[in-house]
Design a protein around this ligand. Structure first.
Ligand code: GLN
Length: 480
């Protein structure tokens, strides 16, 4: 089989058997990218002269043996441009590595110099809000890849990457993973350092793996997880070997099915595919019960208050002074700020800055922002209660399969609704995974979401792995 089709663990095995080496793998992926990316647009700046690839560590002795990882354009990579798919960060080349990148390099990974496409500053669910144009879904080029980590998910699905990193503030790893038929994991808030991740909403953002299967997800999490004194919100808690739980079975595991996630708005086809997946879990020995998460209906409004408030404050630093784009010939400082920001933020970024500034402004702060924080606690409490009785919660990842390019871009509310099932995990800080669970009759992938209590990534990996190994979905490849 061609090397580009293999999972990262299979590649490592090949290297160990001396059937291949890191250099060969990188050049094979490079060829594959050249061949299919013009159709997909999973990577950005491909036409620019490429800087050389960071030298993989001393290969045979390192856990990742020089296998390359693809990185979303909002994770800082020293010497490689990191522009968040935004014009305002045009030309920004970070002078340092994000902690996850340092960890990957220490584990012997090669870092690909071109980064994966995304919605500008991770604002979106379709990768259409990118200054580099949308990423297309490898399963149907007319459909979106999901977002905001659409480039990472599409690259993995199209065999243009062995595996990749994305970031997830409200679903940006899980929803594109679901749309592209790959595995996406958002770790517990605090499990993975955010140092060097260009901030969207600091109380929600997490970096996580997007992979071809669950075992790769566990292996990549092993490398990137852990305390980091550069990120005061990272938690000093031992990192287990996440691959150890794989294959241990799910007999007697208690699954909660929240009724609020299976109502109107959920596409009937997606619903029946997810119900079949739940039946499969039961046939593997899990026990299920329908439960209620009564504050679910508030998750979208709460998220769009908290996330925009934090985003408006985080984006204040992009003013043309220190990095990225600066407007031409301003007459004074204020005009320089205004023109720079006005001409280089995209529409969705501007919308979020305005929304966020509004909810934080004097007179509205208590009515919107503070209130949203209180409801956020209620949402978190709902889950806490459930986890005293259940091991995990199972839901669809997204209410629909991938939608058409252009279908929702002019209707932000419709777009926001595609995150209805993923946002709560961020608000409550929980780990959650999306694993492929079938295809619609149009041939588009559907994802199953599994959530667990904080720091129980082992549970979601174990359940996802048991499901994956009992089904054929992760083996299917798009025709390109
Ligand atoms: N789609 C959501 C949003 O637009 C989530 C994005 C994300 O997780 N970065 O905010």
């Amino acid at each position: 089989m061609e090397l580009y089709k293999l999972t990262a663990r299979e590649l490592i095995e090949k290297i160990d058997k001396k059937e291949s080496n890191a250099g060969e793998i990188i050049s094979c992926l490079g060829k594959r990218i050249k061949e299919v990316d013009p159709k997909i647009n999973a990577y950005v700046r491909l036409s620019e002269p490429e800087p050389s690839i960071s030298a993989p560590g001393p290969q045979p002795s390192t856990p990742l043996r020089g296998v390359p990882v693809s990185i979303k354009d909002n994770i800082c990579t020293q010497g490689y441009k990191t522009e968040c798919s935004s014009k305002i960060l045009e030309g920004f080349t970070p002078p340092y590595d994000a902690t996850v990148i340092t960890k990957l390099k220490n584990a012997g990974a090669a870092i690909l110099p071109f980064k994966t496409n995304m919605d500008e500053f991770a604002f979106g669910s379709s990768t259409e809000n990118s200054c580099f144009g949308p990423t297309r879904n490898p399963w149907s080029l007319e459909a979106v890849a999901g977002g905001s980590s659409g480039g990472s998910a599409a690259a993995v699905a199209a065999d243009e990457a062995a595996w990749a990193l994305g970031s997830d503030t409200g679903g940006s790893i899980r929803q594109p993973a679901s749309f592209c038929g790959v595995v996406g994991l958002k770790p517990t808030y605090g499990r993975v350092s955010r140092y060097g991740l260009i901030a969207f909403a600091s109380s929600l953002d997490q970096i996580g793996p997007i992979t071809k299967d669950v075992a790769d997800s566990a292996s990549l999490l092993n490398v990137i997880a852990g305390y980091d004194h550069f990120d005061s919100t990272s938690i000093d808690k031992e990192v287990p070997d996440y691959t150890k739980v794989l294959g241990s079975g799910i007999k007697g595991i208690k699954i909660a099915l929240p009724e609020e996630y299976f109502v109107e708005g959920l596409d009937p086809e997606v619903k029946s595919i997810v119900e079949e997946a739940v039946d499969k879990l039961k046939s593997l020995g899990a026990e299920d019960k329908t439960v209620s998460l009564p504050h679910t209906q508030y998750s979208i409004p709460v998220y769009y208050i908290v996330a925009t408030a934090e985003a408006s404050s985080n984006l204040a630093r992009f003013d043309g002074v220190q990095y990225g784009h600066r407007c031409a010939k301003p007459q004074n400082l204020i005009q320089m700020y205004n023109k720079t920001r006005g001409e280089s933020f995209g529409q969705e970024a501007k919308r979020r800055i305005m929304l966020g500034t509004f909810v934080l402004s004097h007179g509205y702060y208590d009515a919107y922002y503070l209130r949203a924080l209180k409801v956020r606690t209620l949402i978190k409490n709902d889950f806490e209660k459930l986890f005293s009785e259940f091991d995990c919660v199972v839901t669809p990842t997204s209410p629909t399969a991938a939608f058409r390019i252009g279908e929702k871009i002019r209707d932000p509310l419709k777009m926001y609704l595609s995150d209805i099932y993923t946002i709560s995990a961020n608000l409550a800080g929980l780990p959650a995974i999306s694993v492929p669970c079938g295809f619609t009759k149009n041939g588009l992938p559907v994802g199953l979401q599994i959530l667990a209590k904080p720091f129980d990534e082992e549970m979601i990996l174990k359940v996802a792995h048991a499901y994956e190994q009992a089904t054929p979905w992760h083996k299917m490849k798009p025709k390109l």
